[in-house]
Design a protein. Structure first.
Length: 294
């Protein structure tokens, strides 16, 4: 056994640093009277810890790290933040722990989620805003350029909302930044300029129509759908895209509550997302034409 001062000399540390190591690693100290002693085994443990720390520092400078389980030296990118296990070993360890303590884990998750619901939602939003461009293969600089091009606004309706990255589903090329409504609007109408033009004509013609008052009765329509549409004088096809879909819907004006026509789910949802606004629909055409020109 050695006193604390003797142990500090043996290990090559100052008395204060050794005292911190003792507290940090919970090393057993033997008290005899007013003096504190450390056993030979504990001194050897301190030396081993110091060697490990030195190796870890050297590996960190080379962006490498040693896995706690498999003992392999790997790139620091294979480790999660503050994780001592590589991603593969961590997944195995977590699955094993979950299977052994399933009830305890589920209870902990439930209590945490219930207590921090708002914070979790905020964190998800922040994470999405930071990482959404990575999904489409954009660098931070490319995303910043897209924001500058649109002045931080939706490129169709020109409102500042939660912007989405719009892309061509065939070529996978990024076209620009849109709000959720406009992005959904052109998505539902399948990026088809001709159908958007027909939507504008459809909305303009509605003003000259003799429209029925919208009285929605789910029970009646569910059993007599085709009869109900025929009674109103509508054809069994979408008035915009001409599609004969089983998911046909009654389109009505939300301001006047008058029935305008008979549309498929896609076209009805599309003009709804564009707020029945002809100017926004024209902007959508200009946006899609611009993306085609490149």
């Amino acid at each position: 056994m050695y006193t604390m001062k003797e142990a500090a000399i043996l290990v090559g540390l100052t008395y204060e640093t050794l005292h911190k190591q003792v507290q940090k690693n919970k090393i057993q100290i033997i008290k005899i009277g007013n003096k504190k002693f450390i056993s030979n085994e504990e001194i050897q443990n301190i030396k081993d810890n110091l060697i490990k720390l030195k190796i870890d520092k050297e590996l960190k400078s080379k962006k490498l790290k040693k896995c706690f389980d498999c003992k392999l030296i790997q790139s620091i990118n294979n480790f999660g933040p503050k994780s001592k296990r590589c991603r593969l070993c961590k997944s195995i360890h977590d699955k094993k722990y979950y299977n052994q303590n399933k009830a305890k884990v589920l209870e902990t998750i439930y209590l945490y989620n219930r207590k921090n619901t708002l914070q979790i939602k905020e964190n998800h939003k922040k994470y999405y805003q930071k990482t959404k461009h990575i999904k489409y293969g954009l660098t931070d600089l490319e995303y910043e350029l897209l924001l500058k091009r649109s002045d931080g606004l939706c490129e169709i309706c020109k409102y500042k909302k939660n912007l989405c990255i719009d892309h061509n589903h065939v070529t996978k090329d990024v076209r620009g930044l849109l709000c959720r409504s406009c992005n959904s609007g052109i998505g539902y109408i399948k990026d088809n300029i001709y159908f958007i033009e027909k939507s504008i004509i459809y909305l303009l013609e509605y003003k000259n129509k003799n429209c029925f008052k919208y009285q929605y009765n789910k029970k009646y329509i569910r059993g007599n759908k085709n009869k109900y549409f025929k009674d109103l004088g509508f054809k069994d096809m979408c008035e915009i895209c001409g599609n004969k879909d089983s998911m046909m819907t009654i389109d009505h004006c939300h301001k006047t509550n008058l029935i305008r026509g008979f549309l498929c789910n896609g076209c009805n949802s599309s003009i709804g997302y564009f707020k029945d606004d002809i100017n926004i629909l024209k902007s959508a055409i200009a946006y899609l034409e611009k993306s085609l020109k490149g």
